[in-house]
Design a protein around this ligand. Structure first.
Ligand SMILES: C[S@@+](CC[C@H](N)C(=O)[O-])C[C@H]1O[C@@H](n2cnc3c(N)ncnc32)[C@H](O)[C@@H]1O
Length: 212
């Protein structure tokens, strides 16, 4: 089922100074946007922002840029940034497929990808956020030894992603096909994660370190 477009979403987001519709201008200058030189982590496919709201409060000395193409969901994440006064979070409403146009070489320290669409059909695989088409760009914008943190409910997608990471010189730090909450007390449960956990669907979790 396709949700009706919320026509008020973009106008509301445009009123919010923490949302960057002209994000390409800040390539190489995100530190100035935040007004400090703290590490910058991004979340791609941030949805309604539940994950980042908790993570950013936990880590006030890390800057977060959240990315999402669906304004219907993202408007709620943007509202949270404003209402919860999340000073270390900015929002970038874009399709991540050209992410290299928004961040400079070595500008980032970590990427989070939570429950992205698995695109199971072969002809759609290239839309996956872990597809080599994306990984080559992540390689460029991530600093040496930084990490990509991936969670998904889709085992086939996870297994394919392991291959993509290996082929693109990422080293496995964590590969867990059934991420028990008791093993990861630091874990922040996302909106989609809660849905799958409620149905007892195993969650796959991986942390991949970039080797340059
Ligand atoms: C299944 S939702 C998961 C939302 C949230 N991360 C969570 O775990 O609850 C996946 C999100 O990724 C977004 N997304 C998928 N491909 C994207 C892309 N190329 N660029 C930006 N966002 C993307 C979708 O719009 C969707 O909101």
């Amino acid at each position: 089922m396709r949700l009706r477009k919320k026509h008020w979403a973009v106008p509301e987001m445009k009123e919010n100074p923490k949302v960057f519709f002209e994000g390409k201008k800040y390539k190489g200058h995100w530190g100035e946007v935040f007004g400090n030189s703290n590490p910058i982590h991004i979340e791609i496919g941030a949805g309604k922002g539940q994950f980042i709201a908790k993570l950013s409060k936990r880590n006030p000395n890390i800057n977060y840029v959240i990315i999402e193409l669906d304004t219907n969901a993202f408007v709620y994440a943007c509202r949270k940034i404003k209402e919860d006064e999340l000073e270390n979070v900015r929002a970038l409403p874009i399709n991540a497929e050209n992410i290299i146009e928004y961040f400079d070489k070595d500008e980032l320290d970590r990427i989070y990808i939570n429950f992205c669409n698995p695109w199971p059909k072969k002809r759609h695989n290239k839309r996956r956020l872990t597809h080599p088409r994306f990984l080559v760009q992540y390689r460029d914008i991530l600093r040496e030894n930084s990490e990509i943190h991936l969670k998904t409910d889709d085992r086939d997608f996870f297994e394919d992603s392991l291959e993509y990471f290996k082929d693109n010189s990422f080293e496995n730090k964590i590969v867990d096909f059934d991420m028990k909450l008791s093993d990861y007390p630091e874990n922040i449960v996302t909106e989609y994660e809660q849905k799958w956990r409620d149905k007892n669907i195993p969650i796959c979790y991986g942390v991949f370190k970039i080797i340059k």
